[in-house]
Design a protein around this ligand. Sequence first.
Ligand code: WT7
Length: 629
Amino acid sequence: MNDKQLTGEVYYPSKDVIKHANAKCEKLYEEAEKNLEGFWEKEAKNLKWFKKWNKVLDDSEKPFYKWFVGGKTNIAYNCLDVHVETYRRNKLALIWEGEKGEFRSFSYFALRREVCRFSNILKSLGVKKGDRVTLYMGRIPELMIGMLACARIGAIHSVVYGGFSVEALHERLEDSQSKVLIVADGSYQRGKIVQLKQIADEALQRAATVESVLVVKRTGEDVYMEPGRDMWYHELMNLPIANNSCSVEQVDAEDPLFILYTSGTTGKPKAILHTHGGYMVGTYTTLKYVFDIHEDDRFWCAADPGWITGHSYIVYGPLLNGATSFMYEGAPTHPYPNRWWQMIEKYGINILYTAPTAIRGLMRYGEAWPNRHDLSSLRLLGSVGEPINPEAWKWYYRVIGKENCPIMDTWWQTETGMFMITPLPCTPLKPGSGTKPFPGLKMDIVDEDGKPVKTNEEGYLVIKTPWPAMMRTIYNDPDRYVQQYWSRFPGMYMTGDSAKRDEDGYYWIIGRVDDVIKVSGYRLGTAEIESALVSHPSIAEAAAIGLPHDVKGNAIHAFVILRVGYEKSDKLIEELRQHVGHEMGPIAKPEHIDFVDSLPKTRSGKIMRRVLKARALGLDPGNISTLEE
Ligand code: WT7
């Protein structure tokens, strides 16, 4: 790959980077290409199984693929116990810094102890294998402990991002039929307190299945505690029942590990289901090769555990690899724009993995802030969540990585569970491209009829081979799984993105082709924003679209029709924004709201967001033959 002349602007990795890499590039691609199942089987053997699988891949019921069938394992066991039994026992598994500057760390031994204690608490509350447990908090160690405790006893965790609000939480509690909710009293964000427990109380008034609420004390503010329902985490953890040891549930490879809600084309968010076995092998392997995890590495994935990035690469991937995961609670610029750089220096972070929006946000403050710090511990950088514009890529490469750290621009999704299009450390890079599919994966770009498009032509991004960390279904809705992902192009997984492939086979993601808006890398559905808007008494109809934004990538622009008797005003706009923030979460607040008299619709009544977007951008709306009169 290195000797071939590549087109465009190319950045080659240094000899040191190549030498250091776990992945011997060409060899890895060749091996996986030759024997996909053999490739994954070899990786699976690096992990601990209570019983070996009979079959690596079972594709007899497509698209319900199964991996490592017949195998018995437990991902939490592989994250903790396996290391505690080795010299890693005293190695740091997690380093945490709070927004106010507090510091906590856990060795593998200590983290397993806390997870065991909490597992015992969950069991004593009647949580059994297959039960759903919702977690709703900020970036604090208890979130990781809670997730791992669920996994240890075979319960299914459902983490709801701490930036979501009442209705979003309610919907997820209700759909998952969670028995237990683990919530923090509050969280810190930019020096302010978000009253998570208060939001949860309001959501619980709307949701009926939750029997127990466990409250983690983070802020120490007064919160309401409902007798018979609410209990303090720290009090429970001091009971004799919170024993230091707890046996591991030996689960089937295909037993569910977690569900995670994400926004889709229409209607309610979907509960994406991942399993113990395949997800474990996928996250372990991809992190090892892409971010080149070594024994002495401190890996910082700056995402939130409330999203898939945090599940796979703050919690599971780093621990499976026996690395040290770093977690920071707060905002990148609090109290000053050097906060991140200060922590990289302080903790000697080796790998930083973040989103383009964060880079663009920090870039605005100039180079002086990072230049005040010694960032020489950094070896690799990463980007995820949305396409990275070459300007931000180059700033990241030059100012943060000092031209020594390759940038792993990883394309993947909640549904894929693991990196799908990504460089390896030895891959020549082009700013803005995630380069190529991970070894063994076959992806393509196709036209309306499912036929591959020509070089440099835009089309639908599809996946043509199964992979171990793939979603198994939509929880409680297998039909929707088949219909949303596998029906448009038979035999191919539809990603929902459009992309191009250049003459070197490098992929360039363009963006979503469905009704998903990526705001600061966060995935939001137009339907959810619209239903939050129409739940306000003044709104009859609403449409939301994403428009380009310098820092956020996309910003939400809403068009609303008022009910009779309401007048448009700036005050109402602000009230509507607050209302969406209260129902969905601050990230969903529209940047702009326009009052309109009508919305462009098809004859069957579907809002044509494409037309609204074209109009707002002053572009030709394209084919409008289906537009109603
Ligand atoms: C969507 C998935 C799993 C990572 C976090 C997001 C967009 C993700 C990239 C990238 C261009 C990207 C796609 C994808 N996306 N990574 N490196 N370059 N676009 O997970 O919330 O499920 O969103 O994020 O549009 O479909 P998610």
